[in-house]
Design a protein around this ligand. Structure first.
Ligand SMILES: NC(=O)c1ccc[n+]([C@@H]2O[C@H](COP(=O)([O-])OP(=O)(O)OC[C@H]3O[C@@H](n4cnc5c(N)ncnc54)[C@H](O)[C@@H]3O)[C@@H](O)[C@H]2O)c1
Length: 261
């Protein structure tokens, strides 16, 4: 087991990629704090893990609120004495160009996708530094590396997560803390299942599949596996990296030139 005895906080653990990461980390021996704004979802994931013989506890947190994040960290340390792994995964996307995006929607998205990562790290890093080390993994996106039509705020937020990952990795390397991110392509999580269940769902799905070189959507567990590697000792020489796991989407370049004959 790669994470035996480790204490891991996973935000956005109630659904999709976070849910898959909670299950995988628990299977690998970690005690998982399933942290989510949606307490019922966090409780359901924790229950599923415990029923399968793993260790998990739900925690209600809004990652954009410092008081919530502080309480999450303090309560975890009070209960378990340490925090070995933090996965900053809570986040969401909205449609819009810079012109059509409302200021309030921009601010709300940045507060979760970017400030949420800042707050999680701000409060967990001193704990990890005191105990002699730890591993942090944040969820960026393939959108950190390429422009996507009509997703200005989301693309900017994930670019910020990638940049912040590199900055923090350098600042805290001497504390023994490795700080990395994953950059997923389009993953079939409940977030996308909802979008794809609309009237134009089939056409939309074909478009999303077509843009990835593998011509399929990724599964949450395929991102969780990358998170596991980054959080485990297997990644002992890896810090400040943003690992692309996107079915070849961003490597692909011009689709028309590279499409099979
Ligand atoms: N699905 C994709 O294609 C894809 C691609 C690239 C990156 N991502 C990123 O992966 C992460 C997870 O996405 P997903 O597709 O699994 O989404 P999801 O909607 O299935 O799950 C997100 C979870 O985060 C929680 N959450 C949202 N805001 C929160 C907040 N303020 N505080 C605490 N919890 C909050 C939600 O309640 C939900 O349980 C996000 O950061 C997303 O941007 C997703």
């Amino acid at each position: 087991m790669k994470l035996a005895g480790r204490i891991a906080i996973i935000t956005g653990g109630g659904s999709g990629i976070g849910h898959a990461a909670c299950k995988l980390f628990a299977q690998e021996g970690a005690t998982v704090i399933v942290a989510d704004r949606n307490l019922a979802a966090a409780e359901s994931v924790a229950k599923e893990i415990v029923a399968a013989g793993g260790k998990a506890e739900p925690f209600a947190v809004d990652v954009s609120k410092e008081s919530d994040v502080k309480a999450m960290v303090e309560k975890t340390v009070a209960a378990h004495g340490r925090i070995d792994i933090l996965v900053n995964n809570a986040g969401y996307g909205i449609a819009g160009t810079v012109v059509s995006t409302l200021e309030a929607d921009w601010d709300a998205l940045m507060a979760v996708n970017v400030k949420g990562v800042y707050l999680g790290c701000k409060h967990v890093i001193p704990v990890m530094a005191k105990q002699g080390g730890g591993a942090i993994v944040s969820t960026a996106s393939a959108a950190a590396n390429i422009g996507i039509h009509d997703r200005a705020a989301y693309v900017a937020s994930k670019g910020a997560v990638a940049a912040l990952t590199r900055a923090m990795a350098i600042d805290h390397v001497a504390d023994g803390i490795r700080i990395n991110a994953v950059a997923p392509g389009t993953i079939e999580s409940p977030y996308f299942t909802k979008i794809l269940s609309g009237p134009d769902g089939a056409e939309l799905r074909r478009g999303l599949e077509d843009r990835q070189a593998m011509e399929r959507l990724g599964q949450p567990v395929e991102i969780a596996q990358a998170m596991l590697w980054l959080a485990s000792d297997d990644a002992s020489f890896c810090t400040g990296s943003v690992m692309v796991v996107d079915g070849g989407w961003t490597a692909r370049g011009d689709r028309k030139l590279q499409k099979k004959a």
